[in-house]
Ligand binder design. Structure first.
Ligand SMILES: [Fe+2]
Length: 250
């Protein structure tokens, strides 16, 4: 079975359209997972949700999505983020709102031996980031619940970590874009990048695919026209920095 994991779309419609095109033409997966944050930052929240609704098989609730549906306190967020969350809440239809409202914090697929969450699955409603081995090591608290592959988003980076036992982990090299995990005895944590706002210095959309039979993870990049998103943000007078950062992927 082939699974694709997309997430952190953040209302960036040209990015999502480019990624869906790549998935349909070149990957042809059996399942599409969504790792959270459909909305926030970007200018096309309703259109983004409509495309996700049509294409995603299983999804989880991101922190920006949780802000929309009242499941997290957005007073902790800085003004510009809060402004876009409130603007988004005002323009979503009931059906679009309901799509976000139905998302759970965790999705486990036992036959594929995968777990899906937005931030760390240790206390998923807290949305802790996993950037490094220190974050991964905290997952030993919930080790019995982990699966062979634990997908997450939230950081907008792409990483792969292996739990090595004794509360330790290592980061694996993903530079080749493909990692065979079939011989690895322990769970891995796969951080899946971001469709709509990558932050690793590469402006191209990022996402992951996984072949559950061969146990091979692939890290994908897709170009899209970020100037369209920057122009739309300007025309709607949303915070301009949320557009400008797309040029540099940061
Ligand atoms: Fe995000």
């Amino acid at each position: 079975m082939k699974i694709v994991v997309i997430g952190d779309v953040h209302s960036n419609l040209p990015a999502l359209e480019a990624v869906i095109k790549e998935i349909k033409e070149n990957i042809k997966p059996d399942l599409i997972f969504f790792s959270g944050d459909a909305v926030g930052y970007g200018p096309w929240p309703g259109e983004t949700i409509d495309i996700l609704k049509e294409n995603v098989d299983y999804g989880v609730l991101g922190n920006h999505d949780a802000g929309i549906v009242g499941k997290t306190d957005i007073n902790d967020y800085y003004d510009a983020v809060r402004y876009v969350i409130n603007w988004t809440t005002d323009i979503l239809t009931n059906e679009q709102f309901a799509f976000l409202d139905r998302l759970k914090y965790i999705h486990v697929n036992e036959s594929a031996r995968t777990l899906l969450s937005h931030g760390s699955p240790r206390m998923p409603e807290r949305y802790d980031y996993i950037f490094n081995c220190k974050g991964v090591n905290r997952l030993y608290d919930v080790a019995p619940f982990l699966q062979k592959v634990n997908f997450m988003g939230h950081s907008h980076y792409m990483n792969l970590f292996l739990l090595t036992g004794n509360n330790q982990s290592v980061e694996l090299n993903i530079a080749s874009g493909e990692v065979d995990i079939s011989t690895l005895p322990n769970p891995v944590v796969c951080v899946c990048g971001s469709v709509g706002q990558p932050r690793d210095g590469d402006p191209r959309s990022s996402f992951v695919s996984y072949d559950t039979d061969k146990q091979i993870l692939k890290y994908h990049r897709v170009e899209y026209d970020f100037e369209l998103t920057i122009d739309k943000i300007k025309s709607l007078r949303l915070p301009a920095s949320f557009g400008e950062r797309l040029r540099n992927g940061c």
